[in-house]
Design a protein around this ligand. Structure first.
Ligand code: HEM
Length: 505
């Protein structure tokens, strides 16, 4: 046994201190600390926050080896404290260990809840909510005052997700009361999932530290608030007398309740209320904030780059802007933590089972070996380029890769593209009085999804051109994208016609 251990060639990494390991070297924004460390120790590096070894992968080649050659070996998820608390003890898909349960639940997502067909069927929701957003921004345009775009985009995605998940937006009477509070709790959960909990790195005694620091209490409070809300929407669905009218449409809770009635998804695992609430947690934590955050970054990058914004508005080629934004500011800077299932090698180094693994995509996308002028926001690099986000281009993995790739890609792309197209074609954007492009703060706030530390505020200026030509531009954009964009299949000539009909009515 001793002999076998000596033959292992573990990845290099920073020297660790007794007990705390490398914790003192990991700053408030961990992907930046890891990027700095890997400049010295290489793209396959082992760090030790506390007692737990964590593999950090920071090059496209090593990511390819890990996520392609060792796809199955590396697709576990570590049982982290925050993830367990917020997922009803790992009943969701995102945080659950690899195995039969994950397989059944993921199939449910892919086939029933987030399929292209289902995303298409919710098109009217996206369109109505984006229209509402544009109208509310127009009010600021009339007054000539800055609009807090970060806030508006968070409300937009919460409303879209709410209507998809439980049939109501937060603007509606039943849930209006929860609105801002709920968005705050989702924000809190996203931040806490990115926090280091002592229990995760000091297996036997860390929980005591978490109680002293208050992290445990914060997590419990956050979970209780979210749980109370999810229970309320579930109860509303279960109350007798609920009928799905033609206008109401079947939402995700309806689908889950229906499946639950037919026993279980697998035949072995019953769909309980906790399963349904864990799925809602996935959809809100994984899908609502990430999408809003990524649009706020895109608008900030565009506001900093008048050349690009003008080009995007003139040429109707937004999908390149969306990709470039996901390259420079990925919401998941460190892909969601994986766990090694077996022992395997990456770049010749031995990775032991149970090692936590994180791919630092933020570092890969700033790597001059992978990208020319990586720091520059230059959407043209994606024009006529075969690189997409389906997890096969290892220098660009905004949604991850392999069997644990994001289940919400279609939903995210549909919302982001439609919203950005409307924001760009309905308004010109000005900086608030006395501000220059350099003053736009691009500082990051850590979390499972990394967001702008300072909310983005811009002044919308409605175009003088007629609303017909504005809408026509959006319609043409959507139509062009339907032809050229593989993931936006739901946008077709009928949508274009519908928009045009509405405009000319
Ligand atoms: C811009 C928006 C989004 C981004 C950037 C994003 C990114 C990611 C990433 C990086 C992962 C980890 C993949 C890996 O481990 O290889 C992931 C997983 C996941 N995402 Fe997303 N996501 C987004 C939107 C959504 C939406 C809209 C939903 C659902 C409505 C969603 C649900 C999930 C789930 C359930 C997983 C876990 C999959 C598994 O472990 O099997 N995401 N996402």
């Amino acid at each position: 046994m001793q002999k076998q251990k000596q033959r292992l060639w573990l990845p290099p990494g920073p020297r660790k201190l007794p007990i705390i390991g490398n914790l003192h070297q990991i700053g408030a924004v961990p992907h930046q600390s890891f990027a700095e460390m890997s400049k010295k120790h290489g793209p396959v590096m082992l760090v030790h926050p506390g007692f737990v070894p964590k593999l950090i992968v920071s090059s496209a080649d090593a990511a390819k080896e890990l996520l392609k050659a060792h796809e199955l070996d590396s697709c576990g998820r570590p049982p982290l404290t925050g993830a367990g608390e917020l997922s009803y003890n790992y009943l969701n898909v995102a945080f659950t260990a690899y195995g039969d349960y994950w397989r059944v639940m993921r199939r449910l997502y892919v086939i029933e809840l987030l399929s292209i067909k289902r995303v298409q069927s919710f098109r009217f929701i996206r369109e109505e909510e984006v229209e509402f957003l544009i109208k509310s921004i127009s009010e600021f345009s009339k007054l000539g005052t800055p609009v807090n775009l970060s806030e508006k985009l968070i409300s937009l995605t919460a409303d879209v997700t709410g209507r998809v998940a439980f049939g109501k937006s937060f603007k509606e009477r039943e849930y209006e009361y929860f609105g801002a509070d709920f968005e705050e709790e989702i924000h809190e959960a996203v931040v806490m999932l990115g926090n280091f909990a002592a229990a995760d790195f000091f297996p036997y005694c860390g929980w005591i530290v978490d109680r002293i620091t208050g992290l445990h209490r914060r997590l419990e409070r956050n979970f209780k608030k979210l749980d109370a809300f999810f229970q309320k929407v579930l109860d509303d669905h279960l109350c007798s007398g609920r009928r799905i009218t033609e206008e109401e449409h079947e939402d995700i809770i309806d689908v889950l309740i229906k499946i639950g009635k037919y026993e279980t998804a697998s035949g072995t695992e019953k769909i309980t209320h906790n399963h349904i609430k864990a799925i809602l947690m996935d959809i809100f934590l994984g899908g609502s904030h990430t999408t809003a955050i990524s649009m706020a970054w895109a608008m900030a990058e565009l506001a900093k780059n008048p050349r690009v914004i003008k080009k995007a508005q003139e040429e109707i080629r937004n999908s390149a802007v969306v990709k470039e934004n996901w390259r420079l500011q990925p919401p998941g800077t460190l892909l969601a933590a994986r766990e090694a299932i077996t022992r395997f090698n990456v770049s010749g180094y031995t990775i032991d089972p149970k090692t936590q693994i994180q791919v630092n995509v933020w570092a890969i996308w700033r790597d001059p070996n992978a990208w020319e002028n990586p720091q520059e926001f230059y959407p043209e690099r994606f024009l006529d380029s075969p690189i997409d986000f389906k997890g096969q281009n290892y220098e660009f993995l905004p949604f991850g890769s392999g069997r644990r790739i994001c289940t919400g890609v279609h939903k995210a792309v549909a919302v982001v593209e439609l919203t950005l197209a409307n924001l760009l074609y309905c308004f010109a954007w000005k900086l608030p009085e006395g501000m220059t492009e350099e003053d736009i703060c691009m500082e990051e706030e850590a979390g499972i999804a990394v967001q702008k530390k300072v909310p983005l505020k811009l002044i919308p200026v409605e175009y003088q051109c007629s609303s017909e030509s504005k809408m026509y531009k959006v319609a043409v954009y959507l139509y062009l994208n339907a032809k050229h964009h593989i993931t936006c299949k739901d946008i077709n000539i009928t949508t274009v016609r519908r928009i045009l009909e509405r405009v000319f009515a």
